[in-house]
Design a protein around this ligand. Sequence first.
Ligand code: PGA
Length: 220
Amino acid sequence: MKKQFIVANWKSHKTTEEAKDWLTEFAVHSSQIAGDKEIIICPSFPLLPMIAAFIRQHHENFFIGTQDISPYPEGAYTGAVSGKLLKEFGTYAIIGHSERRQYFHESLEDLSKKVTLALSCGITPIYCVSKKDEKIPAGVKIVAFEPIAAIGSGAPEDPTMVEAIASFIKQKNSVLYVLYGGSVTPDNVNTYTSLSSINGVLVGGASLSADTFADIIQHA
Ligand code: PGA
């Protein structure tokens, strides 16, 4: 069976109380979640210990991802969170999300450093690209293809196009898995996860409700 990753990217949403409520709601569904999918929750940094405690109690197929990682090792880099610390909580790190590139002006050079750092700490990058022929740093095994116009717009990319681009990315790089992201919902998720070159989804807005995210996992 094809390996699948279902990733919740909470972005800059949720206070501690809101995250607690999400976990309480999600726990109701967690026993029904099939063991063949890896569920990765990517919260804001301060929520990591709480999510880690939840995951320890609940399910062996749940993992933590971070939404970013410092391009530098631990040291005098004010405001940056080192891979060494993140590794205490997370298995994965989203790197190169289009919002990081747009609002934080991250360059390919920054992103390559982040990938190298993550790999040196034993963290698996989930590297985001929004175009077919974007450069993917060496060592990346999981790519999320997220066309900018599809993110948060309610207008997901055409599945035929997604399949063609995912297959191209796999052929041109030593990438093992390609995920699709952009306006994924419980109603459309299977359209993407059933594509032969797609190995899961990266979900933003629809992951903010525990019930909706659980629905996505079940329909994936
Ligand atoms: P969306 O976001 O599901 O809200 O479109 C996806 C993403 O930005 O990762």
